[in-house]
Design a protein around this ligand. Structure first.
Ligand code: C2E
Ligand code: MG
Ligand code: MG
Ligand code: MG
Length: 292
């Protein structure tokens, strides 16, 4: 049974509905309908400078406002959307909406806001992905430098030739690339160096144990050091306590997101928080460091 997760998300399935909920065919049909009827929305989780709490951007997170199920979190429908290929039109919608909203915030505030969008492996396999991203930027007017695409480690391990050429083509548009949930997959260090990656996102699992003493901080520390060696920025995920924020700063991690700062927010709420806590200057270190 799905648990409540984050603000505004509801318990989805009664136990007796559980079997039906797992029926992929039903979900697939409902997802098709959801695309036609515009049942998706985006929430935005602020990404902040850990030192000051200033907001430098946001990660766009998709929600399905299902007619029959209430708000369905992505963990429950993205895997099915990936299996069925429906992630391609859904992901295209997410990308276009996120770029449009980031452009509107940038214009209204007169300062750039960086938007981060999750890309699934299935989307990267689509020949049209580079054109989709180019088109989303062109149609919204958002500067490519303001867009970050998050991929997972497994995408670097599969179809490596294809992934490499796709990621290089995406990079050539001027966007940045981040590895999501870093440390939970199996990417080899040599792959990491060969691909045009700008940002490592430290998975919440490593943040959770950072203030637990003993071996707790060892892996987060190693990832920050790896980021420095490979000249990539690190962004910590799922920061919930002041102690975690302090430890990450000590390790040299400068950026992060988590409930300590804000949960994923509706666009309107994010906009108000951005007005109150937005960084006055584009954060300088959120860029691949120049080779010295
Ligand atoms: P993710 O990209 O690693 O996103 C971070 C997840 O952690 C989000 O869950 C967010 O709500 C949650 N989170 C953030 N801060 C905290 C915290 O302090 N504590 C805890 N316990 N959780 C925190 P969410 O929104 O349920 O998304 C789950 C996953 O679904 C995402 O993980 C991402 O892999 C995927 N996803 C979300 N939106 C999209 C999308 O548009 N496209 C694709 N392909 N995947 C998406
Ligand atoms: Mg992500
Ligand atoms: Mg993540
Ligand atoms: Mg994660």
């Amino acid at each position: 049974v799905a648990k409540t997760r984050g603000k505004g998300q509801h318990v989805l399935f009664e136990p007796e509905m559980h079997k039906a909920a797992l029926d992929r065919l039903v979900v697939e049909a409902d997802l098709r309908r959801a695309i036609e009827h515009d049942e998706f929305m985006l929430q935005y989780q602020p990404i902040v400078a850990l030192e000051t709490g200033d907001i430098i951007g946001a990660e766009a997170l998709v929600r399905w406002m299902c007619r029959d199920r209430g708000t369905v979190p992505p963990g429950l429908f993205i895997p099915i959307a990936e299996e069925t290929g429906l992630i391609v039109p859904i992901g295209r919608w997410v990308l276009r909406r996120a770029c449009r909203e980031a452009k509107r915030w940038t214009d209204e505030r007169g300062l750039p806001v960086r938007i981060t969008v999750n890309l699934s492996g299935r989307q990267l396999q689509e020949p049209g992905i580079v054109e989709d991203v180019r088109q989303a930027l062109a149609d919204s007017g958002l500067a490519a430098a303001q867009l970050v695409l998050e991929i997972t480690e497994s995408m670097l391990m599969h179809n490596t030739e294809l992934s490499m050429s796709r990621l290089n083509a995406l990079k050539a548009l001027g966007i940045s690339l981040a590895i999501d949930d870093f440390g939970t997959g199996y990417s080899s260090l040599s792959y990491l160096q060969r691909y045009p990656i700008d940002i490592l996102k430290i998975d919440k699992a490593f943040v959770d144990v950072i203030d637990k003493g003993g071996e707790g901080p060892v892996l987060a520390s190693a990832i920050v050091a790896l980021g420095e060696t490979l000249r990539m920025n690190t962004v910590a995920e799922g920061i919930e306590t002041e102690a975690q924020r302090g430890h990450l700063l000590t390790l040299g991690c400068e950026l992060g997101q988590g409930y300590l700062f804000a949960p994923p927010l509706d666009a309107e709420d994010f906009w108000h928080l951005l007005l109150a806590r937005g960084a006055r200057t584009p954060y300088p270190t959120l860029r691949r460091r120049e080779m010295s």
